[in-house]
Design a binder for this molecule. Structure first.
Ligand code: C5P
Length: 219
């Protein structure tokens, strides 16, 4: 019996603590990642699901909980080789504080400006793109301007096979408008539920995966 196709899906925001009560994070409900996981399970595929602290989590899927981008990176590296298709729908924090204060930082009454030093986090999906072996690697691009141009740049720079471009209208919303982009195709889906969009994304990733497999067999 042939092995089931395995998806590795990353979802939700990451939280980067400044002190025990404050943190830097990104807007992300986890709806898109959850919809992707449920669509993949519904089609009979295996899913490994890594989630930051998100409001929405998928049903029927075992969840690997993480908090920070570094935690998510470690969990993704551990599971990367098991996956045929990797999708990063997580809103990973690009930066983390260089140090986390052990105690709550007190308000300083002598100065009205406070500076927090930040260090860049690893780019998880770029790591996957650069280290893939017959795997399909998929990212998301959320942009406030030049959506398609920036998404195409990310597709190339992160060595992705497919990128899903969306605007900020997608935040906390049940519906979204997206463009599913590969190096030679753009499929636009306007104002559809995230469940329908997730199904289309899963179908597209399977199409790309089967293409890679058949190229391998024929070469
Ligand atoms: O560069 P940008 O964050 O806009 O790229 C978006 C894509 O890259 C998303 O799929 C996101 O999950 C992924 N990403 C990542 N690691 C980061 C930042 C973004 O995997 N540190």
């Amino acid at each position: 019996m042939s092995k089931k196709i395995t998806f590795l899906i990353l979802s939700g925001p990451t939280k980067e603590h400044i002190d025990p009560v404050r943190y830097i994070s990104n807007e992300s409900s986890g709806q898109m990642g959850s919809a992707l996981a449920e669509a993949a399970v519904k089609k009979g595929y295996d899913v490994i699901f890594i989630s930051g602290p998100a409001k929405v989590l998928p049903k029927y899927v075992k969840i690997i909980d993480v908090i920070t981008a570094l935690d998510m990176f470690k969990a993704a590296q551990l599971n990367f080789k098991k996956a045929d298709i990797v999708i990063n729908a997580a809103a990973v924090a690009d930066y983390r504080p260089t140090k986390i204060s052990k105690h709550k930082i007190k308000k300083n009454c002598t100065t009205s400006v406070m500076t927090i030093k930040l260090k860049q986090n690893p780019d998880i999906i770029k790591y996957c793109g650069e280290n893939k072996h017959n795997q399909v690697v998929v990212g998301f691009a959320l942009e406030t301007k030049d959506l398609i141009k920036n998404a195409l740049l990310k597709l190339k720079n992160k060595k992705l096979d497919l990128i899903v471009a969306n605007g900020i209208g997608t935040f906390n919303s049940k519906n979204s408008t997206v463009s599913i982009i590969t190096s030679n195709s753009i499929l636009e889906i306007k104002n559809r539920s995230k469940n329908i969009i997730a199904e289309k994304i899963i179908n597209e990733t399977i199409r790309v995966f089967k293409n890679i497999k058949s190229c391998k067999v024929n070469s």
